[in-house]
Design a protein around this ligand. Sequence first.
Ligand code: SF4
Length: 332
Amino acid sequence: MDKKAVALLSGGLDSILAIRLMLEQEVEIEALNFLTVFCTCTRKGCQNAAKTAAETLKVPLKIVNISEEYLQIVKSPKHGYGSNMNPCIDCRIFIFKKAKEYMEKVGASFIITGEVLGERPMSQRKDAILLIEKEAGLKGLILRPLSAKFFEPTIPENQGLINRNRLLDISGRSRKPQIALAEGFGINDYPCPAGGCLLTDSGFARRIKDLIEHDSLDLSNVRLLKTGRHFRLTENAKLIIGREDSENAVLEAQIEDGDICLRLSDYPSPFSIIRGDADNGLIELAASVVAYHTKFRGQETLRIDYRKVPILNHTTISIRPAKLEEVEKIRI
Ligand code: SF4
């Protein structure tokens, strides 16, 4: 067994500290960062946080985008969901399987993580951690330097590559021990201390569930979920309305052929998209909901321009703005 490990590096404090502890024991590290469409760590994303951390730690970093494959896990996780649509156990098994492949590829002998026992309710309970390790085919090969004392010694410890006395016994949700440790190491730049996953957000989870129920969970539709108000028009059509200028711009940048774009004809208006099959009746319904979300909704009728992408010419219709109860009925 070589003294070389693959370290999962989110860019958060725990993963930075875990690597730092291993570098102190002269382990050769290959850092690995997984990106998914659900990551919300910083405005610039986890990728950026991981890059900064790897540069600071002076370790090589491989970033892998697993969004496409990951959608299958979100759709039907074997071990179920957490409090929202977060399939944490399946997610961790998937990530560790990928890490194992990488470990074998780069000739590393074990895996390092910043996991802290009990820090997260679903995936960091001891029974869950051990189940994940077993199902990923990594029994005895995952070293968690921050919480190692709560686990049986791993194979690299048993083989004398790692000094167990220098591993730690941090547990629970308090961040104080990690922050103290970071201070001791002179680490004060950790932009993603708690990590971020949209699947744990109840509003986002409702929208993901809607996509799954309507068999339309794909990357393009998931990206749209991050912006605007969402409405379910029919089994295969949705309406998305921007809430402010920045969202209007984001939505406009995401339109695809076949989408129908709507705006008020005569006033400033939110940018809106119908995605899915829409006949004239459905376009009128969507237009009335768009009209409701403007400050002109008190008017008897409003004119709306719509066009089907990529056609540039638009059609104008006059509609009555929807009532609150009509809007609420279809809000996701
Ligand atoms: S919170 Fe999200 S990213 Fe983290 S383990 Fe759960 S599903 Fe995976």
